[in-house]
Design a protein around this ligand. Structure first.
Ligand SMILES: [Zn+2]
Length: 283
């Protein structure tokens, strides 16, 4: 198995929205905001090469959204999806599988694009796109609070081109890639757990967007069912500490990875290291 990790792009959202009921005097000490209260988020993706498959996890915002939408997300920096993959040695045609953790625009948008005549096409023509059935059905009939995050042009083409695989159950997708479902952020969010050289690496997506989201009550305002998120976090953190999981963050602008430790205040991420350092540690 070979792993790569790269940052597609960064964007900004309201700091308060990322921390829910946690007051700014607390969160701003650990995650700084600008004069407009905006904070930077990364959009990092993982590539897993295993047994003849090249699997890409999450796809960033993409480039087909209109100026008005993009003016609200303040995108900056990053390598881009195709550029980042190229730097890791992959062309779009090489990707055999795409895992989309969930269908919010910042996780799936890069999976489709408009060609010169405006026709929606798949960015990865040879890939099967894996999405949980629960999330797919939720995106087709979203509630009003979540609807702004679901843009049909991001995911309907996947079905139209026959590339959609609806994941029904938790479990092994491919050797070494285990999928788990979580429902507090949005129904049927997939969290992949990768077995790599005897270690378990978890791509924690929107279950733990930043390293500082480990404390139980630090939950985004974006979550549909925050109390469900709280229970899911509590249970998963206990599992993570028991099995020495390494968390790999998708949205954390300041941190790639961390391990967890039991502290007098509860389970916390006590260290922080880059993905390259993680690969060197594992050897
Ligand atoms: Zn999300």
């Amino acid at each position: 198995m070979k792993l790569s990790y790269f940052n597609i792009e960064n964007f900004k959202v309201d700091g308060g929205a990322m921390f829910g009921v946690v007051p700014k005097v607390l969160w701003s000490k650990v995650y700084p905001s600008d004069e407009n209260n905006l904070i930077p988020l990364a959009l990092k993706s993982l590539v897993i090469e295993t047994e003849g498959h090249v699997v890409l996890v999450d796809l960033g915002i993409g480039d087909k959204l209109d100026e008005k939408f993009m003016s609200h997300v303040y995108a900056f920096g990053g390598m881009g999806l195709i550029g980042g993959l190229k730097k890791q040695g992959y062309a779009p045609e090489d990707i055999t599988d795409v895992i989309i953790t969930h269908l919010h625009y910042d996780h799936c948008g890069g999976g489709t694009f408009r060609d010169k005549s405006g026709v929606l096409k798949l960015t990865f023509p040879n890939a099967r796109y894996h999405i949980s059935r629960k999330q797919w059905e939720n995106a087709l009939t979203p509630n009003e609070r979540e609807a702004d995050s679901f843009l049909p042009e991001n995911y309907l083409p996947i079905e139209q081109y026959g590339a959609l695989n609806l994941v029904e159950k938790e479990g092994e997708l491919l050797p070494g890639i285990n999928l788990r479902f979580f429902n507090g952020h949005t129904p049927g969010q997939i969290i992949p757990i990768i077995s790599y050289k005897g270690k378990k690496l978890v791509f924690v997506a929107d279950l733990f967007p930043f390293k500082v989201h480990i404390p139980l009550s630090w939950i985004m305002s974006y979550d549909m069912e925050p109390l469900k998120t709280l229970k899911e976090k509590e249970k998963f953190l206990a599992e993570a500490i028991k099995n020495d999981y390494v968390f790999i963050y998708q949205h954390d602008y300041f941190s790639d990875c961390s391990r967890l430790q039991q502290t007098p205040k509860g389970i916390r991420a006590t260290d922080s290291f880059t993905f390259d350092e993680l690969m060197m540690q594992i050897g």
